[in-house]
Write a protein that binds this ligand. Structure first.
Ligand SMILES: Cc1ncc(COP(=O)(O)O)c(C=O)c1O
Length: 437
């Protein structure tokens, strides 16, 4: 058994101070099995964050680890200058699954940020424009170009941008100034995209990029009709639609395989990573062939993109998701868990909103007048951990609890987690009362 305090000391000495660690006493996950994990001191937890919405099929799935091991024994790396059968098979599979009609192409990279970089490259080449519209509160990655289209200053520690970016209002019903008084969404946030095109750009915009449910932003769901309304505005001037599905892909939202499938629109490109490899470093863009091909006659490649190991693992992972119909499980167990969260919210005023779909659920914590309460979110994470449950945080003010377990969780595990969250909420509220009192 390792001493986590000693590891933390070495971590702090060797790694930058700005890489965030969860918990007052950070933990190391030493082992996992399905939706359960054990830390280096032998404590067991329900993993309800899945390595930041990534471990979609669960930990140590034999079908996936065997596929990786068998490839490791053959060839580790060849570079994309050589044919790679796994890469071709994965491309064919994703092309089949992507909700884009006509001829499509897939391009592989090593992460979600790189996948967005590639999509932005294709869009800007195709449209001969460097102008992009992104959403406020969005998160698209940690590279210069993707920080430049990320609508959260916390995650955008540079003002440098390789692109000309305009930000549209994010469809965030709880805090929307446009429909607050109406009590229902009027989709004026979608209409705002036209104003952005007309007032903040030259009119020749390459692409509109959005997450169907904002991940790091706190699982903020676009309302029904949002993307249909936006797409009709984009179509007026031929602006491409990029769906960043790094968190929403592969059945996580339960009702659909892709987040964008909840809307009656067809994107020009889909960006994916995280769940694609169940934790392997892999990202991809699948898009309309004429858009992806627009890099030519220049050349472009990624040394590690589509490498034999990550594509072997991703293929086995996607097969596992499909063969076991994890999307249906996400829908059924997620609906049950959301019901439980909604019920507990009635008794806990600190929960300003329960939102999300499938196994992408959130609790936004706020005080009076919807004042975001990030301290409560920190206490909630600690209270859950102490009871054997790992969840995540997010939101513009870090006051939203993110719940995104592997899609294999059972109803019993969801109930176990819900019981813990109910106790944690009571503890957090008692702490808040003590402070105020
Ligand atoms: C929606 C979205 N896009 C892109 C990224 C960047 O992915 P990566 O961290 O793999 O570079 C993330 C990461 O959280 C994300 O949530």
């Amino acid at each position: 058994m390792k001493n986590p305090d000693e590891l933390l000391r070495r971590h702090k000495a060797a790694l930058p101070s700005w890489t965030p660690l969860y918990y007052e006493k950070p933990l190391e996950l030493a082992r996992g099995e399905g939706f359960r994990v054990w830390d280096s001191e032998g404590n067991e937890y329900l993993d309800f964050f899945g390595g930041i919405v990534t471990t979609i099929s669960g930990h140590a799935v034999p079908e996936i680890t065997e596929a990786i091991k068998s490839q490791v024994d053959k060839v580790f790396h060849s570079s994309t200058l050589y044919l790679i059968e796994n890469q071709v098979r994965l491309a064919e599979k994703l092309i089949d699954l992507a909700p884009i009609s006509g001829e499509k192409k897939a391009f592989f990279v090593g992460s979600g940020s790189e996948a967005n970089e590639a999509a932005l490259l294709f869009a800007t080449r195709h449209r001969k424009s460097s102008e992009i519209i992104a959403l406020r509160s969005s998160y698209h990655g940690s590279t210069f170009m993707t920080m430049g289209i990320t609508g959260q200053s916390t995650w955008s520690p540079t003002s440098r941008s390789a692109l000309d970016v305009a930000y549209a209002r994010n469809p965030y019903r709880l805090r929307c100034a446009l429909c607050r008084d109406e009590g229902r969404c009027n989709l004026l946030c979608a209409d705002d995209v036209r104003a952005v095109v007309e007032e903040e750009t030259t009119g020749n915009v390459a692409a509109f990029i959005a997450e169907p449910i904002q991940g790091v932003g706190g699982f903020v769901e676009a309302p029904p009709g949002y993307f249909e309304r936006v797409k009709s505005i984009l179509d007026e001037t031929g602006i491409l639609l990029i769906s960043d599905e790094v968190q929403t892909g592969f059945g996580r939202t339960g009702t659909h395989f892709w987040g964008i499938d909840a809307f009656d629109v067809e994107p020009d490109m889909i960006v994916m990573a995280k769940g694609l490899g169940n934790g392997l470093a892999i990202g991809a863009v699948v898009g309309r062939a004429e858009v992806v091909e627009s890099v030519a006659p220049n050349l472009h490649l990624s040394t590690f993109g589509g490498n034999p190991i990550s594509t072997a693992g991703a293929l086995a992972n996607i097969d596992y998701v499909l063969d076991n119909d994890l999307q249906t499980n996400a829908h059924e167990v997620g609906t049950h868990l959301k019901d439980r969260l909604m019920k507990m919210a009635e008794d806990h005023a600190i929960v300003a909103e329960v939102r999300g779909r499938g196994l992408m659920l959130a609790l936004e914590l706020a005080g009076e007048n919807l004042q975001p309460d990030p301290a409560a979110a920190v206490r909630f994470l600690e209270a859950c951990r102490a009871r054997g449950l790992l969840v995540g945080k997010g939101g513009l003010k870090a006051n939203t609890i993110r719940i995104s377990p592997p899609l294999v969780i059972t109803r019993e595990a969801a109930d176990e987690a819900a019981d813990i969250m109910e106790e944690a909420l009571a503890e957090v509220e008692a702490g808040t009362r003590e402070k105020v009192g």
